[in-house]
Design a protein. Structure first.
Length: 490
């Protein structure tokens, strides 16, 4: 790709960008949220057309006008945001638009689709029923279906946008093995991720975009994390996980023998004011189910919840909000945002400023509040009236976070709060978590990134198959000790 430029109205998104990929190479594409990575890849796959520039595939100039043309050229993309149809089965989603039929009859060959689905899922070491409705699967399982769909295209160029965002460590290992196999087969892979550990463990080269412009390309063997960060943000980032003075107050949240409808049982823990509790475990271990049950989204069969020493009778989200409990969900697209509403409307969704008891919205107060949130969280948006679905994934996540910060919660549960967020944005979110703790909020952070759990938590609760496998003080914990508990050790 050479001289690529793209604007949306008056906003320039890409300016004279170059990118190259070799056969049998894993090439990382990095940059802060809003740097233009997704736009560049959408141009390569025909979702957008460039205003200027050229694309050559295997030495030949090409004009890619739609995704079908890209696929015909052997270019496939696995999007960061899941593009699956919940009402269809796993097999039907895998072959959507490429259905297997019986000869020329047009009749679906369901048996062949099921068999092929099993084959592609087995390459990822995933056991899923090909007939299961995708809507019934967890986010992590849906992510694996999306990856299997990309593999089924047998592409020569495979673009992977945040492929491990919802995966456990075990699933990531299986995926990396497949990626390395593809590289050995001569497939060129564009790897878009904000997880620095993955980039340095997996990739051969790295290219960086900043504010829509090409900064440069480096060989992974010849660069360092600090240098890559400086290329991305244009400055030294400082400490990756900002330190804070740990000062805990009275008990803010206590959970006794919490059980839901078959996902978790016998959950006991407490969190004090000013404390950050991390929750780790493999996918399906019950981490998210704890959060959903505490927030009234999943039915609580038994157990008690206490907030500030008083029993909290939480049966629905409105009850939780009434007790000062906030919840940033792991699935921002389906559960955290109203995509058709503006940034302003989403930020004030849970607490619209009104004139006293009249119920009339105070536009001046709302405008001031939203401006503070955009500034504090460094949300990249043209203005507050832009539809939130137009923002990058990381900036959408910041809008979700802003929505709950407006409520000034006493307890804030964050499920994968930095998923899809660049390293600069992650540091900003870590600072916000520290500030909330400093102000006396009890913070619960669920994360699949073990360095993150270790870097920001005071204590770590580890889940295994719906139960607590153990609790670790961060000071003496390691990734190995967490994984030992997460896989059934004691």
């Amino acid at each position: 790709m050479s001289g690529i430029a793209k604007s949306f109205g008056p906003v320039t998104v890409l300016k004279d960008v170059a990118f190259s990929l070799s056969a049998g190479e894993i090439h990382a594409l990095m940059g802060e949220n809003g740097a233009g990575k997704s736009t560049l890849m959408k141009i390569l796959t025909g979702l957008y057309q460039a205003d200027a520039g050229s694309i050559r595939v295997a030495g030949e100039a090409v004009d890619i006008r739609n995704p079908r043309q890209a696929e015909a050229l052997g270019i496939a993309i696995m999007h960061q945001e899941l593009n699956l149809i919940p009402e269809l089965s796993v097999a039907e989603n895998l072959f959507l638009g490429r259905e297997q039929t019986l000869g020329f009859s047009g009749i679906l060959n369901a048996g062949r689709m099921r068999a092929l689905a099993k084959e592609y899922l087995s390459r990822l070491a995933v056991e899923l029923d090909p007939d299961a409705e995708v809507g019934s699967l967890s986010i992590g399982q849906q992510q694996m279906v999306e990856i299997a769909r990309a593999l089924s295209l047998n592409a020569r160029v495979l673009i992977m946008d945040e492929p491990t965002a919802a995966l456990s460590e075990r699933e990531i290992d299986a995926l990396f093995a497949v990626i390395r196999e593809l590289r050995a087969d001569g497939v060129g892979i564009v790897y878009v991720s904000h997880r620095m550990e993955e980039i340095f463990a997996l990739c051969d080269r790295i290219s960086v975009l900043r504010d829509g412009e090409f900064v440069g390309t480096e060989r992974i063997a010849d660069t360092s994390l600090d240098h890559v960060v400086q290329m991305m943000v244009g400055r030294e980032l400082g400490e990756r996980f900002p330190k804070r003075e740990v000062s805990h107050g009275a008990e803010r949240l206590r959970v006794e023998n919490l059980c839901d409808e078959g996902n978790i049982a016998g959950i006991n823990f407490s969190v004090r004011a000013g404390e950050v509790l991390g929750i780790a475990g493999l996918m399906g271990a019950g981490r998210t189910e704890i959060a959903r049950t505490l927030f009234g989204l999943n039915k609580r069969l038994s157990g008690k919840i206490f907030v500030d020493g008083k029993e909290a009778r939480i049966n629905k989200p409105a009850d939780a909000i009434g007790y000062g409990v906030g919840f940033v969900t792991e699935d921002r697209k389906a559960q955290g945002l109203v995509l058709g509403l503006s940034v302003r409307e989403n930020i004030t969704l849970s607490a619209v400023p009104t004139h006293g008891r009249s119920g009339i919205v105070s536009r001046s107060e709302e405008k001031s509040l939203v401006a503070r949130c955009i500034d504090m969280l460094k949300i990249r948006t043209r203005d507050a009236e832009l539809e939130v679905q137009s923002l990058s994934g990381g900036n959408q996540q910041k809008v979700v976070l802003a929505k709950w910060l407006n409520l000034k919660p006493r307890v804030l549960i964050l499920d994968e709060p930095t998923r899809g967020v660049d390293i600069g944005g992650k540091a900003e979110i870590y600072h916000i978590i520290n500030q909330l703790a400093f102000e006396g909020v009890a913070v619960v952070v669920i994360s699949s990134e073990l360095p993150e759990v270790l870097g920001i938590s005071d204590r770590i609760l580890v889940m295994h198959e719906g139960r607590m496998a153990g609790e670790l003080a961060t000071a003496g914990a390691s990734q190995e000790s967490i994984m030992h508990l997460a896989t059934g050790g004691y």
